[in-house]
Design a protein around this ligand. Structure first.
Ligand code: FES
Length: 112
């Protein structure tokens, strides 16, 4: 027997949960505008904008973004409003935040 397909108005996580986060706002990533929602982490806003990496490793300069998403791995470090080593998965996006790619340890550019 075929199961009836359940349809919802909007099949997104917010739609399925019935969330109403309020009006969005803008942050920037490397100078490009990125939309964010109230309560959304910087990592989530970047993911929603199809940005998957925003840091390079100290040794080999390999790209990194969010891995654990819960503040444990430190892969998501970014420079936010000029402050390096901010965990993007834990930091709520705020209107006007300027997020930039962090290279190396974030203090003096790429480590050689
Ligand atoms: S993704 Fe692991 S600490 Fe942010």
């Amino acid at each position: 027997m075929r199961r009836p397909r359940i349809r919802t108005a909007v099949r997104t996580p917010a739609g399925l949960a019935g969330a109403d986060p309020g009006p969005g706002f803008e942050i920037t990533f490397d100078g490009r505008p990125v939309r964010a929602l109230p309560g959304q982490s910087i990592a989530a806003a970047l993911w929603a904008a199809s940005v998957l990496t925003w840091r390079t490793t100290r040794g080999a300069g390999r790209p990194r973004g969010a891995f654990c998403g819960i503040g444990s791995c430190f892969d998501c470090l970014a420079t936010v409003n000029g402050l390096p080593n901010r965990r993007a998965c834990l930091l709520p996006a705020r209107p006007g935040d300027a997020v930039t790619t962090q290279e190396g340890d974030g203090h003096a550019g790429p480590v050689r």
